[in-house]
Ligand binder design. Structure first.
Ligand SMILES: [Zn+2]
Length: 91
């Protein structure tokens, strides 16, 4: 059994003690939080029937989601390059 802790997406690996991983994951967490905040605001705009506001938040969300995708790719690329699976698996 692997101690994955319910992590989905096996390509996303965070390696303890790697500064690059730390930075990327910190940024990823920040952008994810930002996306969630936008979704929350969007819900409020929808409840208030604020269509222009909703549209604006939708554009913001698309942008945020793109940045999150880019970070996910960056994490994957970094993991594959710096931490190949056969090296990061503990014996
Ligand atoms: Zn790393």
């Amino acid at each position: 059994m692997l101690p994955t802790g319910g992590m989905t997406g096996k390509s996303l690996v965070k390696v303890d003690g790697c500064a690059v991983c730390d930075d990327l994951w910190e940024e990823y967490a920040r952008v994810t939080k930002e996306c969630l905040k936008i979704l929350g605001n969007q819900e409020i705009a929808a409840l208030q029937h604020d269509h222009p506001g909703f549209e604006k938040l939708d554009a913001q969300y698309q942008d945020c989601d793109r940045r999150r995708d880019a970070l996910r790719l960056a994490i994957t690329a970094h993991s594959q390059e710096a931490h190949p699976p056969h090296l990061t698996q503990k014996p």
